[in-house]
Design a protein around this ligand. Structure first.
Ligand code: AMP
Length: 281
């Protein structure tokens, strides 16, 4: 496995594979890899001749005051995970390599990024779309792998690929959870042990909502109330948003269809940490 730091090296590796008619899978990450990332890498290794894992903490998707400087990093661990899972290349560019100066061009989107995480993190989806556009050009993947845990991001990327005619398939992968239900996230490392013991309440409350739907409840307002009531049993968890949305465009809906096309998407604060999760309804 190779670790490549420059765009030129990345393009050269890809050109050789393309020449040989071999397929490429791309797994974009911000590193500090866990089992959720590993499941994406495994899916790519299964589906493609070659797998590129990008490890890049993308400054463009952080707003001032967010956790860019303290975002966890561990390249030795990430290298071991990628090696173990059979990736061919880690693409690990420096920010200056990705964003030369001056830099004037962005990939932006309307509608899907406006609510939910986009409402409180204004820079995020413009940064995600711009970096993924660049990664798609550099790695020329046949398939790109994203986690359903970040449901709004997955919807944004699917839309961008369709709207801008990127010649690749977006593969959405199931959320990987800790045994107690907490969705794995690099940011879980911010939690104190007391906070960590409270965090599984999020998935418990989402499962409670799913149960309400299975019992016949369809009204989004009732489902949101059900989530908030469950969460209120755990001190210290503050709901930032809780919305019932269509998975395709992440727009709020007043009632679920009951066919799995809707999600409850949530973001909560626990101390200084912001956690997101969702469940299919
Ligand atoms: P990140 O490094 O957090 O930007 O995530 C990189 C990719 O891994 C994104 O497509 C995420 O949706 C995905 N991912 C992160 N956590 C999980 C998880 N627990 N299960 C599945 N995919 C995940």
């Amino acid at each position: 496995m190779k670790i490549l730091h420059t765009k030129q090296e990345m393009r050269a590796a890809v050109a050789a594979w393309k020449e040989a008619g071999e397929s490429i899978g791309l797994v974009p990450t911000m590193g500090f890899l866990h089992e959720g990332h590993a499941s994406l890498i495994r899916a790519s290794v299964r589906d493609n001749d070659h797998t590129v894992v990008s490890v890049f903490v993308n400054p463009m998707q952080f707003s001032p005051g967010e956790d860019l400087a303290r975002y966890p990093r561990d390249m030795a661990h990430d290298t071991a995970v990628c090696e173990r899972e059979g990736a061919d290349v880690i693409f690990h560019p420096a920010p200056e390599e990705m964003y030369g100066q001056p830099f004037y061009t962005y990939t932006d989107m309307n509608v899907i990024p406006d609510g939910l995480c986009g409402a409180s993190r204004p820079a995020m989806f413009r940064g995600v779309c711009t970096v993924c556009s660049k990664l798609f050009h550099l790695a020329s993947p046949d398939r790109a792998y994203f986690g359903k845990k970040d449901a709004q991001q997955l919807a944004v990327i699917r839309r961008m690929v369709q709207d801008l005619d990127f010649n690749l398939t977006v593969v959405g992968c199931e959320s990987v959870r800790e045994p107690d239900g907490l969705a794995m996230s690099s940011r879980n490392t911010y939690l104190s042990s007391e906070e960590r013991s409270k965090a599984p309440a999020i998935y418990r409350a989402l499962c409670h909502v799913k149960q309400l739907v299975e019992n016949g409840e369809k009204e989004s307002a009732v489902l949101r109330q059900g989530f908030e009531e469950e969460i209120s049993r755990t001190e210290g968890l503050a709901v930032e948003y809780c919305a019932v949305v269509n998975a395709g465009d992440m727009q709020e809906t007043s009632a679920v269809q009951g066919d799995g096309s809707c999600l409850m998407a949530v973001a909560l604060r626990l101390g200084k940490t912001r956690l997101i999760d969702n469940i299919e309804l």
